[in-house]
Design a protein. Structure first.
Ligand code: FES
Ligand code: FES
Lengths: 778, 214
């Protein structure tokens, strides 16, 4: 018999492990941790110009402000004045400032309000330098933060020259603020050995540990980072929290008092990196049906003033510039532009969404150029199964289910009939126009930096039969702790209540990777499973010996253990094992198999597998105001064999709406001096409750376990659903096209705010061909 | 404006809280989190646009209490003189969750949970006002609450499913008429005229209808 009756808890829609704490207000976030009365509160003083030298820094009024205990500048950093692995992010700017909002000093005071008030009193004189603020100016000036890269296959120049048809175009897509509801925050508590414990709201405790250690001039073992949960992360708490943790740790160790650094929403939006905005320009050759023969694609992103994670973000954009489509002859150039704005960073999808948007625009443009239904052109270009199945970076796709998903979705969404109904509606509706689009997604799972694809876990079984689980992953709302607990409970055949997950802690599981790249459950689930299996094997060996039965006669189920003919409780067996001096604690370790990747040639197998999905969205636009609304959304998404369908659906819905926000309503706007003017929810609009479509049909693809040996054959789900939102953008293009012709449709840029829709409509007013309908897909 | 030595009294969890010598610009959110250690109410923006800080405030209106959802981050504490404050910590009875909480759990309405206390309190506002809760009522009452994680669908479902739960022991729909609550509020009713005029009214009339008026 199997060692465990599996799937006792996996595969079920189990609630989030903190749901009761969330709804009662008992869940502690970093800002809620009770602190001693002598805790210091920190505020930053920041640059008011985008680029220049600090000519004079007068902090006397700050020092003498009420409640101020001490002020810190670059000179007060005991170790390395830097908070990023790329080593180009100073904690405090010393002389050179490179964006508005860059920290120059920190003030520690007896209250949050006193610190913030005091910080405003600094006298700073600048000698300004010319500032580069956007992608186009950076391209002209060849201002790059990292060297440009090229990914190439075949002979694109020749294939372009010989192509039956050829089209050039471009698409711009804006950035995006994470708008995690909980802003950046860190609390540092000095330890008696001179080290520090930092509670940090972070997706990457190990990196924070190292950055804090170096900033203090101490070692990794002097620093402990803890995070029980974040109030949202979305990539914004991967590298960014290091600044706040470092500053808090510097203050705490210098003063010997606990120090807390929490920034308010406006400061957070001004000071922290965002999704990279991108410009994509293309030259594409295709045949009369719309099948791509060659593509020359330029991707340029605004990285901001420093490298941060821009190298892997832009690499991923290049790796995803194929999305679901086979590109035989292709040249992809990626420019990583340096601008005097905040350093852009990880954000759900990590460059993938921008690369995929580029190819979706290419396909949509081709279809509109040919007067075909874009879905026909999309399907014509899909990767094949046995041929046309190798990515531009040389990875054969072994798990292609694009057509399976598309077929099911076309039929369940009634796409073809609705497209005809929409054409009819549009012919009779002069002001309101509707549009529809089906877009697919294929997203590579694994960190492109191979070394991050490893994880550790630590499990203790106590003699009362309860389990404490720790792993390197962090909880930001995605339900990782719940899923990993489900895995461990399943391995022991225990009810979930027997497993408690403790806060992520660098002193329990070392050298962890960021909880990012959607890899949280894949990596930590496997590591925790390994730890659980190790303990279970010991218990089996003990039981088989003690009860004199063969090992395969021991089975864990329902909180009990059946040993040969008798059944005892799990707790009883654990106590017997303890008395027999069997170790009841184990670490577990996992590294992702099969992956390899050559940084110089940009080829290999960077991903273990791909996650797939597709969405159909129908929208309506008001051609007089540009306002628009989603009328209906159908999603079919691939999560392999789901560990927890409720959590997976939650990720899909949330990802979809966040993607829709990026592409339709979230607009970051900087003035000509480089100052971000949309730095609060009053001016930066993320989707609200009224934006959720009243008709939404979100489904998981059934009977499609991961072909790779992942944890219970599930698939990663954090990032991929974000890209379902392309269907919203391309449906808007469809509606704009119905109102003002194909040229207007292709003029629409992202985010498709009402203003952008109006601009697209007006850009091509003369070419309006009302009632024009695209060819129907077959 | 309330002077620093002005006394502010409000009801919280059936007790009267008396606050003296408070900065008149102290917000309800600051007071709850920093002075009372009630950290269930969150700060998401501190400017009235995200709803993370939503609490419910009750005010005597003749022989009933008018309960309204309010953004604690932009509500100055002195304006609560004579009122009742209900926070996310006020709802559950021991381990038994209030229907608005239980529905959020059952429908998977929280992910990171940071917006959740605000949604719970806005849902309480809808719950106290409506017997039958329509999708339109939910969208209207929750339009000031932002959630970055869920996509809102499970929260809408939680609201729509509220009718299925039995009446809770506290914060049921009869609370606006609860004589004990009304009596308690009467006992701390500010003196006629006095307190009211000291607080700034946007119409500068000292009228009774603005929340800002005492
Ligand atoms: S904290 Fe955002 S509305 Fe109060
Ligand atoms: S659950 Fe995270 S913001 Fe709503």
């Amino acid at each position: 018999m199997p060692a465990t009756e599996r799937f006792t808890t996996t595969g079920k829609p189990i609630r989030h492990d903190s749901a009761h704490l969330h709804v009662t207000g008992k869940a502690h976030y970093t800002d809620d941790i009770p602190l001693p009365a002598n805790t210091l509160h920190i505020a930053f003083g920041t640059s008011r110009i985008a680029h220049g030298h600090i000519a004079a820094l007068d902090l006397s009024a700050v020092v003498s402000a009420p409640g101020v205990v001490r002020v810190f500048t670059a000179a007060d950093v005991p170790g390395d004045n830097n908070y990023s692995p790329a080593h180009d992010d100073p904690i405090f700017a010393d002389d050179l400032v490179q964006y508005i909002g860059q920290p120059i000093f920190a003030v520690a005071a007896t209250s949050y309000e006193a610190a913030r008030r005091a910080a405003q009193r600094a006298g700073i004189d600048y000698s300004p330098l010319p500032a580069i603020l956007d992608i186009r100016s950076a391209l002209v000036a060849e201002s790059y933060v990292l060297p440009s890269k090229t990914l190439r296959r075949g002979n694109p120049e020749q294939a372009l020259a010989q192509a039956e048809r050829r089209l050039q175009g471009s698409i711009e897509m804006g950035g995006q603020d994470h708008f995690y509801l909980e802003g950046q925050v860190a609390v540092a508590i000095p330890q008696d050995h001179g080290g520090v414990l930092v509670h940090s709201s972070t997706q990457h405790p190990s990196e924070i540990q190292h950055m804090v250690g170096r900033a203090l001039g101490k070692q990794a073992h002097d620093v402990v980072i803890q995070c029980r949960r974040m109030g949202g992360g979305f990539g914004g708490k991967e590298s960014q929290p290091a600044l706040f943790a470092c500053a808090a740790a510097i203050v705490a160790t210098a003063t010997g008092r606990p120090a807390k650094l929490r920034i308010d929403r406006d400061t957070d939006m001004i000071m922290t990196g965002k999704r990279h905005d991108f410009l994509a320009e293309y030259d594409v050759g295709f045949d009369a049906n719309g099948r791509i023969q060659a593509l020359d694609l330029m991707l340029a992103s605004r990285c901001g003033y420093s490298a941060d994670l821009s190298a892997p973000v832009n690499d991923r954009a290049m790796f995803h510039a194929d999305n679901a489509y086979y590109l035989e002859h292709v040249n992809i150039v990626s420019h990583r532009c340096k601008t005097h704005t905040v350093s852009n960073t990880a954000f759900r999808g990590f460059g993938g969404p921008q690369g995929m948007m580029a190819i979706e625009a290419v396909i949509d443009d081709i279809a509109r150029h040919l007067g075909k239904d874009p879905l026909t052109v999309r399907r014509l270009n899909y990767y094949g199964i046995d041929e046309r199945n190798v990515t531009p970076y040389g990875m054969p796709i072994e798990d292609n289910i694009l057509n399976l998903i598309t077929d099911q979705l076309v039929s369940s969404s009634d796409y073809l009939a609705r497209r005809q109904a929409i054409a009819k509606f549009n012919a009779q509706s002069p002001v309101v126009k509707r549009g529809i689009a089906l877009t697919p997604l294929k997203f590579g799972i694994s960190f492109t930096a191979t070394q991050f694809n490893q994880a550790g876990a630590l499990i203790h079984v106590y003699t009362d039969g309860t389990i404490l689980l720790n792993h390197g992953g962090t909880e930001m709302g995605q339900g990782l702790f719940t899923k990993v607990a489900q895995v461990v409970a399943s391995e022991f055949g225990l009810p979930l209540a027997k497993v408690r997950v403790s806060a992520t802690d660098t002193s329990k599981v070392p050298n962890t990777s960021a909880t990012a790249a959607s890899s949280g459950s894949d990596l930590n689930g496997k590591a925790a499973q390994a730890a659980a299996v190790a303990i279970r094997e010991r218990l089996i060996a003990f039981a088989s010996d003690y009860y004199n039965v063969p090992a395969d006669a021991v089975c864990f189920h329902d909180g009990n253990v059946t040993i040969g003919r008798q059944t005892i409780s799990f707790t009883e067996l654990v106590q017997q094992a303890y008395h027999a001096r069997i170790s009841l604690s184990s670490t577990g370790y996992y590294r992702t198999p099969k992956i390899h990747y050559d940084q110089t040639t940009l080829t290999g197998r960077p991903f273990l597998y791909f996650a797939y999905g597709a969405a159909v969205t129908e929208v309506a636009i008001d051609t007089l105001t540009g306002e628009h609304r989603m009328l209906r959304v159908d999603v079919l998404h691939d999560v392999g064999q789901s560990i927890n369908p409720a959590l997976d659906i939650g990720q899909i819905e949330g990802g979809f709406l966040q993607g829709a926000g990026w592409l339709t309503c979230e607009e970051l706007w900087w003035d000509s001096k480089g100052e971000l003017k949309t730095h609060a929810p009053s001016t930066y609009k993320i989707p609200a409750i009224g934006d959720w479509p009243s008709d939404a049909r979100i489904r998981l693809l059934q009977d499609s376990p991961n072909r790779e040996n992942t944890i219970f054959r599930s698939k990663a789900v954090g990032e991929p659903p974000f890209m379902l939102a392309y269907s919203v953008f391309y449906a808007l293009r469809d509606a704009v096209g119905a109102a003002a012709g194909p040229a207007a449709a292709t003029a629409l840029q992202a985010p498709a705010t009402p203003e952008a829709v109006l601009r697209a409509l007006m850009a091509c007013e003369t070419s309006a061909e009302p009632g024009e309908a695209a060819e129907v897909a077959v | 404006m309330a002077t620093p030595n002005h006394t502010v009294r409000f009801v919280l969890d059936e007790e009267i809280v008396t606050v003296r010598n408070i900065e008149p610009t102290t917000t309800l959110l600051q007071y709850l989190r920093q002075s009372l250690g009630r950290t269930g109410t969150k700060e998401g923006c501190a400017e009235g646009d995200c709803g993370a800080c939503t609490v419910v405030v009750g005010e005597l209106d003749g022989d009933r209490i008018d309960y309204q959802a309010v953004n604690a981050c932009i509500r100055f504490l002195p304006t609560l003189d004579g009122k009742e404050v209900v926070t996310v910590e006020s709802l559950a009875e021991g381990e038994a969750l209030h229907p608005v909480q239980q529905a959020m759990v059952d429908k998977h309405g929280s992910q990171c949970g940071f917006c959740t206390p605000g949604f719970v309190m806005s849902l309480l506002d809808v719950y106290l006002k409506h017997e039958q809760i329509t999708a339109a009522a939910i969208t209207e009452h929750l339009s000031g609450n932002l959630c970055r994680c869920t996509g809102y669908r499970p929260i809408i479902d939680a609201g729509r499913g509220l009718a299925a739960y039995p009446d809770p022991p506290r914060w049921h729909r009869a609370e606006p008429h609860n004589p004990a609550r009304i009596q308690r509020l009467r006992s701390i009713r500010p003196r006629r005229g006095g307190a009211k005029r000291r607080v700034l009214c946007p119409d500068l009339t000292g009228c009774a209808r603005h929340n800002l008026c005492g």
